[in-house]
Write a protein that binds this ligand. Structure first.
Ligand code: SPV
Ligand code: MG
Length: 523
C-alpha cells in the first residue's frame, strides 16, 4: 500500500498491510512537485527515512530510474540500507523520468545492457542479503510487444533482479495476465493495478502474481479529504459541520505516539514540579487564644502575613501550582486565590488523617502533603522534591527539646541516625509515634510521594478508613500502616530551619523566622 510520508506510512501499517510502497508519484505530489525527478534523490531519501522511522513493516522504495546511472543507484542502495528500507524498484526508462500515465508511448526505454549494469550494481552494493531489487518493465507503457518485454525480463532476471514489476496502463488486466502466463514464475511478479482496478484480486492470485501495489490511493484519498475540508471551512467560515467528520486532535497525538514521549520525559527529564500537587491540611482551630477564636491557626499572621499565605508562597516558589487546602474551622477566613478547597465538616471531632481523606480525590500522581501550620526554609522542600524515593519525609534530627509523651509529636526512629557521612545509605523510616525507645528525629509534617507512593498512601487510607477509630487518627497512623504493609519510607534529615505553631511561644519564634533567608532559626 502506498504511503508518502511518516504519518501515511504508519496508517498503512496499522491497517494491516505487510509492506509499504514509497511511491514516487505520491511523494512528489505531497511535496507539491511533479513526478519528473523534480524532488532530488536525497529529498526522497529524507521522506522515506521518516517513513521507516514511523513503521516496522518492509518499505519498497520507488527508485524511478535510479536517479542516474549504476553509480548513483548503488549509492542509493547504501543509503537505503542505512535507513532500514527493505527494497528498491528501478524502472527501465531514462532520467529524468516521466510518470507512466503521461504520454507513456513517447517514453524511450533504457538500453538493456545499461539497465542490467544497474541491476548488477544494486546487487553488488547491498550488504544485507535480504535487501531486494524489483526491476520494473515499462515496455507495455511505451508501446512494445510481448517479445521485447520477455527479452528484457529474462535479461533483468539473469542480471540479478529479485522480482519483476510488469506495468500496464490498460483498463483490462489482459497484458499483465498474458505476461504472467509466459513468465511462469521464474521469479516473483509485482503489478500496479491502478488502471485495471476493477479486476478482482483473486484473478491476480490465480495467475501466480506475487504482489499487487495500490500505488497512489492514500495521496488521492487525502487530496479529496483536504479539498472537501478546505471548501467547507472557507465557505462556512466555521468548522462546526466538519468537526465530527475529521480525525480528532487526540488521534493525531496517538499516531505520533505522543504517550511514549510523556513516559520518556518522566524517565529522563530533570524532575519538574509542575506536575506535583500540594495538599495542605489546615482544618484545625489550634489553641492560640484570642488569635484563633474565629480563624484557624493556619491563618494567624506571622510578621504581618497569614502563615498559610506564606506556606502557599513557598510551594509556588518551587513551581507547585496545583494546591489543595483542606479547611475546617473558620473555613471562611481562608481566602487564598487560585487554590482548590476541600472541606472537612467534621473538623471539631476529627484529626488530620480524616482531613487528608477528604482530599482523597486529589491523591494521585506526585504529591506533597503538608501540615498547615509549618514553615520551613526553602532548601528543605527542594531536597524533598529532588529525592527519588516513593514516599519521603522531612525529619528534623536537631537535638532540640523533646517533650516526652506529647501525643502530638511525630518522633521517628530510622535505619540510620543523622550523619554528615554522605557515603552512607539513605536512611529509612523504622517507627513513628510519640513514644519511641530510640528517637532519631521528628517528622516536621512535610511528606512527598511520587505516583507509586501516592497510590500506596491511598491504599493505606482506604484500609484505615474501615477502622472504628479512624476519626481519631493522625498522619502518623498512616505512616505506621504503610510500614506495616512493608512499604519503604525514605527520610531526608534536616537540622532545624523549620517551625510549627502550636502555642504562643511557637508564635514568637515564628515571628523571628524568615523562611527565605539563610538563618538557623529552628524551634
Ligand atoms: C508511483 O507510484 O510512483 C509509480 C507507479 O511509479 S505509477 O504511478 O503507476 O507509475
Ligand atoms: Mg513512480
Amino acid at each position: 500500500m502506498e504511503a508518502h510520508y511518516g504519518l501515511s506510512a504508519r496508517i498503512v501499517e496499522e491497517a494491516g498491510f505487510k509492506g509499504i510502497w514509497a511511491s514516487g508519484l505520491s511523494i512528489s505530489a505531497a511535496l507539491g512537485v511533479r513526478d519528473n525527478n523534480e524532488a532530488s534523490w536525497t529529498q526522497v531519501l529524507e521522506v522515506v527515512e521518516f517513513m521507516a522511522d514511523a513503521t516496522s513493516v518492509p518499505i519498497l522504495l520507488d527508485g524511478d530510474t535510479g536517479f542516474g546511472n549504476f553509480n548513483n543507484v548503488r549509492r542509493l542502495v547504501k543509503k537505503l540500507e542505512q535507513r532500514g528500507v527493505a527494497a528498491v524498484c528501478i524502472e527501465d526508462k531514462l532520467f529524468p523520468k516521466t510518470n507512466s500515465f503521461i504520454n507513456g508511448e513517447r517514453q524511450p526505454l533504457a538500453d538493456i545492457d545499461e539497465f542490467c549494469g544497474k541491476i548488477k550494481a544494486v546487487k553488488d552494493a547491498q550488504t544485507d542479503p535480504d535487501f531486494c531489487l524489483v526491476a520494473r518493465l515499462e515496455g507495455f507503457i511505451a508501446g512494445w510487444g510481448m517479445e521485447e518485454i520477455l527479452r528484457r525480463a529474462n535479461s533483468y532476471h539473469r542480471a540479478g533482479a529479485d522480482a519483476l514489476l510488469i506495468h500496464s496502463k490498460k483498463s483490462s488486466p489482459q497484458e499483465i495476465l498474458h505476461f504472467a502466463a509466459e513468465w511462469r514464475n521464474r521469479c516473483p511478479i509485482v503489478i500496479v493495478p491502478t488502471m485495471y482496478y476493477s479486476t478482482p484480486s483473486e484473478v491476480f492470485e490465480q495467475a501466480g502474481i506475487s504482489m499487487a501495489i495500490w500505488a497512489n490511493h492514500n495521496v488521492r484519498a487525502s487530496i479529496s479529504a483536504m479539498q472537501q475540508t478546505c471548501r467547507t471551512i472557507f465557505h462556512e467560515r466555521s468548522v462546526r459541520s466538519l468537526e465530527d467528520k475529521i480525525a480528532p486532535v487526540k488521534e493525531v497525538f496517538r499516531l505520533q505516539n505522543a504517550q511514549e514521549l510523556i513516559s520518556a520525559e518522566e524517565r529522563y527529564l530533570p524532575r519538574s514540579n509542575y506536575s506535583t500537587r500540594a495538599v495542605i491540611l489546615a482544618a484545625s482551630q489550634g489553641d492560640l487564644g484570642e488569635l484563633t477564636r474565629v480563624r484557624p491557626k493556619a491563618m494567624v499572621p506571622i510578621n504581618g502575613q497569614p502563615l498559610l499565605h506564606k506556606l502557599v508562597a513557598q510551594f509556588r516558589a518551587e513551581q507547585l501550582r496545583d494546591i489543595v487546602i483542606v479547611r475546617g474551622f473558620g473555613a471562611d477566613a481562608i481566602d487564598i486565590p487560585d487554590v482548590k478547597y476541600v472541606d472537612n465538616p467534621a473538623f471539631a471531632e476529627t484529626y488530620d488523617l480524616y482531613s487528608l481523606n477528604q482530599a482523597a480525590e486529589s491523591l494521585s500522581g506526585n504529591i506533597v502533603i503538608s501540615f498547615g501550620d509549618i514553615l520551613f526554609r526553602r532548601y528543605i522542600l527542594q531536597n524533598l522534591l529532588a529525592h527519588p524515593g516513593e514516599i519521603v519525609l522531612a525529619v528534623d534530627a536537631a537535638g532540640k527539646e523533646r517533650r516526652a509523651n506529647d501525643p502530638y509529636r511525630d518522633y521517628i526512629s530510622a535505619s540510620h541516625p543523622y550523619s554528615t557521612d554522605y557515603t552512607e545509605e539513605d536512611p529509612l523510616l523504622r517507627e513513628i509515634g510519640p513514644r519511641l525507645d530510640q528517637i532519631h528525629g521528628e517528622w516536621i509534617g512535610l511528606l512527598k510521594a511520587n505516583a507509586t507512593g501516592t497510590e500506596k498512601i491511598r491504599g493505606a487510607l482506604d484500609r484505615l478508613q474501615t477502622r472504628p477509630d479512624f476519626k481519631s487518627l493522625r498522619c502518623d497512623a498512616l505512616l505506621r500502616e504503610l510500614l506495616a504493609a512493608g512499604e519503604t519510607i525514605s527520610i531526608v534529615y534536616i537540622t532545624g530551619h523549620w517551625l510549627d505553631v502550636d502555642d504562643l511561644e511557637d508564635l514568637s519564634t515564628a515571628n523571628a523566622f524568615n523562611e527565605s533567608r539563610d538563618l538557623d532559626t529552628g524551634r
